[in-house]
Design a protein around this ligand. Structure first.
Ligand code: OAD
Length: 261
């Protein structure tokens, strides 16, 4: 318990126990400990690749080979990554009946690799390649290898089935994510800067629909102290392990550890 009596880990555990139907919303921060860089911040992808030149649909159509420089790096890095304790912690919460879905902005497939069963991929995934001209689809591992950009049988350069800036969110994950946000008891928001629309609307939708919002992030975000009821400050793995401990004890967390806002 912190001085003043507030124990954010204990508070988050209480919310998860008492308000059934928790859902997680994850961003790049949850995969940082798996060796996948986030987008923003000092070590982020956008310090190396200008998103306007490498991450828009317009850029892909104009110069797909250039955009593939970044995409190839992402596929290589994500392909070699394994789920960390945070991905596994969410899978364990689902197994225990305390979490019913993960909505993720990530395209790395690590929630499924950790054992999460209901994963809503809001920005698509790197598993599949699609032709923007004839709409044929391929498994990435069957068509891609480091080197020249992969091509469709029709001759055009393929695009990973991920959402680039300027593309709409596919309707099914968007509908599913909004339904989860409208009906969940708790939304646990992990490792997102909440700067990209429309994913950043999900916490607000949950809050306005009556859910409690728990944020896990080492840094404050635009959600902290406004939309978020509880901010568990720290890395995703460390915080989720402590949350799992608190849930298994059925009571408050011990005195040390991540602080709340
Ligand atoms: P960002 O890179 O914007 O934010 C990552 C967040 O993770 C930051 O708030 C960090 O403080 C936090 N973080 C860093 N290390 C962490 C750790 N160990 N544990 C928990 N949190 C940590 O990534 P996103 O918010 O996911 O979209 O970015 C959203 C979207 O922007 C991405 O899906 C991608 C990007 O442009 C598209 O490409 C369409």
């Amino acid at each position: 318990m912190r001085p003043g009596g507030r124990d954010p880990i204990g508070e988050a555990a209480r919310l998860l126990r008492e308000r059934r139907g928790a859902v997680a919303l994850t961003g790049a921060g949850i995969s940082v400990e798996s060796g996948i860089p986030s987008f923003r911040g000092a070590q982020g992808m956008w310090t190396k690749y200008d998103p306007m030149e490498y991450a828009t649909l317009h850029a892909f159509v104009r110069s797909p080979r250039k955009v593939w420089e970044m995409l190839s790096e992402m596929i290589s890095v994500c392909g070699g990554a394994a789920p960390n304790a945070a991905h596994k912690g969410l899978a364990a919460l689902e197994e225990a009946g305390l979490l019913r879905a993960v909505i993720t902005q990530n395209v790395d497939g690590l929630h499924q690799a950790a054992g999460s069963r209901r994963v809503i991929e809001y920005h698509g995934n790197l598993e599949e390649l699609i032709c923007l001209y004839c709409w044929k689809r391929y498994r990435t591992r069957e068509r891609w290898s480091p080197g020249p950009a992969p091509r469709c049988d029709c001759g055009e350069i393929l695009k990973p089935n991920v959402v680039l800036f300027g593309e709409p969110i596919p309707w099914l994950p968007q509908e599913q994510a909004e339904e989860e946000a409208r009906t969940c008891g708790v939304l646990v928001v992990i490792g997102t800067s909440a700067q990209v629309s429309p994913a950043c609307d999900i916490p607000r939708i949950a809050k306005e629909s009556g859910a409690a919002v728990v944020e896990i992030n080492p840094e404050p975000t635009s959600l902290t102290g406004s939309v978020a009821d509880v901010h568990l400050r720290g890395g995703a793995s460390e915080v989720l392990l402590r949350l799992q401990e608190a849930l298994s004890r059925g009571g408050d967390a011990p005195a040390t550890g991540p602080s709340g806002h």
